[in-house]
Design a protein around this ligand. Structure first.
Ligand SMILES: [Zn+2]
Length: 483
């Protein structure tokens, strides 16, 4: 396989150059990578435990750098953990999913269509150039730290300019880096505790490239996309029913540090995050289609991915805002969505191209706006999808939407049966489909009673998603673990 050839080639070079780094730390990574490292560099990694496809490891900085090119699109390939306990428990976290029930409905057409016409390509390009101009946004570099504070000021200024005193912008400080993560909050008027997140990392570079890391596409483009989504929502006096948070993460490139820290904090505080969209590289048009929906195992949510497909079909299958899409994949921890998924939250990652067709200049001094043709045209597609995602998940207060319909959906797994109670969901015409995390349909049942059980005999142990639908097609999903 291409993945392993590349892996071995790069590993042998890397140890020669970087063999002096003494740092060791805890992390999670995918089990095949952990075992491959163990085979090739037995002295550089300890595998503490493995559950399903994820391993808790203690490894050297040298070992971690090998994962970087182990089949990943561009991410670090591991998630940093602050101690052994955190690493060991993280691999079992899927059992304690913090999943709320999201009503996957599309009913904000008037408002969304009004927003879609306002996307400004030049604005996106200007922000990409501003990000590129730091030279580097590596998390330990003064320019990288400055960039994080400047972004906070930029977003705060945008809210202040339109007189939104209810919108807050905060620094999320991390103990391991002086670079801050930035969190902008638009509070929900009716369900403030229900949170929808759209985010991307603000840092650039990696351990190999710290000084000349313009990071225009990776991830200046994601930050520019977020900023344009925010600009349009503010310009249209967006007041959501649910709380919306924009996040710019610190230090993604060295192990998803920023997002892992935030997602862990949210899970510890039982925050009810309903859906997370990750934007990391949006401006390189490398495939025959526009958007690749990353659908890799347990790291993105099959249910949320299908909702993105719904949105794209509904708003972008033709007309004035056509967007084409396909599915693709990336390696373990290839971006910040993995931090949310690892804490049991539903996350999706729409990406600029299919696997292997992405911007070839990332993590090099050539990741510039010029190399993308001095246009932000491709990113406009992601601004549109981002607007659709936020408005349809958080819903607008000003369009007079009724209260969000919320059934009490209860799901328990016992003796290889899925016991369910759909609460207030109408009894006639309900259905359920059980998927594995790759989206494969395993069990399907029509004409479901409002409570009962579903045999899971014959399914192997692992993580699954049950999607219940009422007779109107409204979907409610739950993750569960079979063991
Ligand atoms: Zn990135």
């Amino acid at each position: 396989m291409k993945r392993f050839k590349l892996f071995l080639l790069i590993s042998s070079m890397a140890f020669f150059v970087y063999g002096q780094n003494p740092e060791w730390f805890y992390a999670t990574t995918d089990a095949p990578s952990a075992h491959s490292l163990k085979t090739n560099y037995p002295d550089q990694i300890q595998i503490l435990d493995t559950f399903i496809e994820v391993s808790a490891v203690y490894m050297s900085r040298d070992a971690s750098m090998q994962l970087k090119n182990n089949g990943n699109l561009h991410g670090p390939g591991y998630i940093f953990k602050s101690n052994e306990e955190a690493a060991r428990t993280a691999i079992y976290n899927v059992q304690e999913a913090h999943l709320g029930v999201l009503d996957f409905t599309i009913d904000q057409d008037d408002f969304v269509n009004q927003l879609l016409t306002q996307v400004d390509t030049q604005n996106i390009g200007d922000v990409i150039l501003d990000m590129e101009a730091y030279g580097t946004r590596f998390n330990t570099k003064p320019a990288g730290i400055q960039a994080s504070h400047d972004l906070k000021d930029r977003w705060q200024g945008m809210a202040t300019d339109v007189g939104r005193t209810d919108v807050t912008v905060e620094a999320f400080n991390h103990s391991f880096t002086d670079q801050i993560s930035v969190i902008l909050t638009i509070p929900g008027s009716t369900y403030p505790d229900e949170i929808v997140i759209i985010g991307g990392h603000l840092d650039s570079g990696d351990f190999w490239l710290q000084d000349n890391a313009p990071g225009a596409d990776d991830n200046g483009s994601g930050i520019a996309t977020l900023t344009e989504v925010l600009r349009i929502l503010l310009a249209n006096d967006f007041h959501p029913l649910r709380t919306v948070q924009f996040m710019a993460y610190a230090a993604e490139e060295i192990g998803l540090y920023g997002s892992a820290d935030i997602a862990e904090n949210y899970a510890d505080n039982n925050k009810n995050v309903l859906a997370v969209m990750q934007l990391d590289m949006t401006n390189y048009n490398g495939s025959a289609f526009d958007i690749a929906i990353i659908s890799d195992g347990a790291h993105t949510s099959g249910t949320l991915n299908l909702f993105l497909v719904d949105l794209l079909e509904h708003y972008n299958s033709g007309g004035e805002h056509p967007i084409t899409y396909d599915f693709s994949y990336c390696g373990y921890a290839c971006s910040d969505h993995a931090s949310w998924a690892a804490n049991g939250y539903m996350a999706s990652f729409p990406f600029e191209s299919g696997f292997g067709e992405h911007n070839p200049y990332i993590h090099s001094p050539n990741d510039t706006y010029a190399k993308m043709g001095n246009t932000a045209e491709h990113s406009t597609k992601f601004v549109k999808l981002g607007l659709e995602f936020i408005v349809e998940t958080a819903k607008t207060a000003q369009m007079g939407t009724n209260d969000i319909h919320r059934p009490q959906l209860m799901v328990v797994v016992k003796d290889r049966s899925l016991i369910y109670d759909l609460g207030a969901v109408q009894a006639d015409g309900n259905s359920v489909v059980v998927f594995d995390p790759s989206g494969k349909k395993l069990v399907e049942r029509q004409q479901l009673k409002s409570s009962g059980n579903l045999s899971l005999q014959g399914l192997p142990n692992g993580l699954y998603i049950a999607v219940f639908k009422d007779k109107n097609g409204k979907a409610y999903s739950k993750k569960f673990l079979l063991k």
